[in-house]
Design a protein around this ligand. Structure first.
Ligand code: GLY
Length: 414
């Protein structure tokens, strides 16, 4: 018996050190210190927890956002991830504060992003602190999100009424690929509450998205607009991509991550198969640069694609990359590698290489340029002329998540 206990203790000690060695190789101690220094500066400069940090402006000053903006949950999420990475309680204290500042979002149904906002903040908070009250917040947020579901269209409405780039086409029920990310909240809330309806809506939304958002090559449209009376598709278009028919990089990453998480909760192999096909589109894309950090759109600047919005190619010396898309893809592939038998090592290899690129001076924020975020070179929306080649809070979020997931895979990157 004594020998058995001794072996178990030795096993866990070895496991601890091999995991430590693994994260040390992915993110050496000096990089973790640089990250914590930067996030300490953000905490110092950010006005209050009602104004979550989002990016920087042209003077390299910190730009914060409103709590009703889609990105509001990422800062709290990053604080939870930094706590998970460092185990330093001071990050937990801040994470509680910035999470709870988003308390009213659980009742918000003004757009679909409540999933991002609540799951990244309260969802991680529940996972890492087990604070029981957070369960109620997740369940209430799922109720709010389900208000945007329509049984005729069989999907959740992303945005309210708006017009397409042509200025004429009206979208009454626009659904964007990003919405796949909100399904995690519904699946989690379903498990927490026992309310099967949340999971049923999530599955229905995913099935509708598989059917209507994707092309034959498993790239996807950004926006699909529906007729609420008949459920028919009225328009397929882009809002943040190069053209309606192009493959906006972050959209492809949202889809990959979204179908992977659908498989996590359902074990339905249709979702696994679909995620693998999207992964194939991304990994073997002929327009993917050799460092595996995609251009902001896989078809950007391709003469066969004609933008519907005013595009001046001469504005950009080089086609901007999108580090956020790379970080989301990397994190999703870490998870997918755990489910895929056929492509496990291909996904791990791609995730390792892209993480290595992100983790290099080419993509990490250069000291002195700004003092706040981890990754540089992301793109918010080129058609809107907004946040081009800058750090973005959600790029940091998925980067930290990818690091933690890589650590859990317990692989020593070589
Ligand atoms: N969900 C908005 C974006 O990806 O820019």
């Amino acid at each position: 018996m004594k020998n058995y206990k001794f072996s178990v203790i030795i096993f866990f000690i070895l496991l601890f050190f091999s995991c430590k060695e693994c994260v040390d190789k992915i993110l050496p101690a000096e990089k973790i210190t640089s990250i914590t220094n930067r996030y300490e500066k953000i905490l110092y400069v950010a006005k209050d927890a009602k104004h979550p940090p989002r990016t920087i402006n042209t003077n390299s000053d910190l730009v914060t956002t409103d709590i009703y903006d889609w990105t509001s949950g990422f800062f709290a999420g990053n604080l939870w991830y930094i706590f998970e990475l460092t185990k330093d309680e001071k990050w937990k204290t801040e994470a509680f504060k910035w999470t709870e500042a988003l308390d009213t979002i659980q009742y918000w149904s003004g757009h679909h992003d409540v999933g991002f906002m609540i799951n990244c903040s309260f969802g991680n908070g529940l996972r890492l602190s087990k604070k029981a009250e957070y369960k109620k917040v997740l369940i209430q947020a799922a109720e709010s999100l389900c208000k945007r579901y329509n049984p005729v269209t069989k999907c959740i409405k992303s945005w309210d009424y708006r017009k397409a780039w042509d200025g004429k086409t009206e979208w009454f029920y626009p659904v964007i690929i990003d919405n796949m990310m909100n399904l995690e909240l519904l699946f989690e809330a379903s498990l927490l509450s026992g309310n099967k309806r949340f999971a049923e809506i999530a599955i229905q939304h995913a099935e509708t998205t598989m059917k209507n958002h994707y092309r034959k090559d498993y790239s996807c449209y950004h926006v699909v607009d529906y007729d609420t009376l008949t459920g028919k598709i009225l328009d397929k278009a882009t809002c943040q991509g190069f053209t309606d028919e192009s493959a906006w990089a972050r959209g492809q990453a949202w889809g990959l991550y979204g179908f992977t998480l659908c498989y996590r909760y359902t074990k339905d192999t249709r979702f696994l198969d679909f995620a693998e096909k999207i992964a194939n589109f991304i990994i073997h894309n002929p327009n993917l640069p050799s460092d595996l950090i995609p251009y902001w759109d896989y078809n950007a600047n391709n003469k066969n694609f004609v933008p519907e919005w005013k595009y001046d190619a001469s504005k950009f010396k080089e086609i901007p990359r999108d580090a956020s898309a790379a970080a989301i893809t990397c994190s999703a592939l870490c998870e997918l590698s755990g489910y895929s038998t056929k492509h496990k090592y291909e996904y791990i290899d791609f995730a390792e290489k892209s993480l290595k690129s992100l983790n290099s001076p080419a993509y990490m924020v250069v000291s002195g340029k700004n003092n706040y975020f981890i990754l540089d070179h992301s793109v918010g929306s080129i058609p809107h002329g907004a946040e081009i080649d800058v750090p973005l809070i959600y790029a940091d979020y998925y980067f930290l998540e990818a690091v933690l997931r890589m650590k859990k895979l317990n692989i020593n990157p070589t």
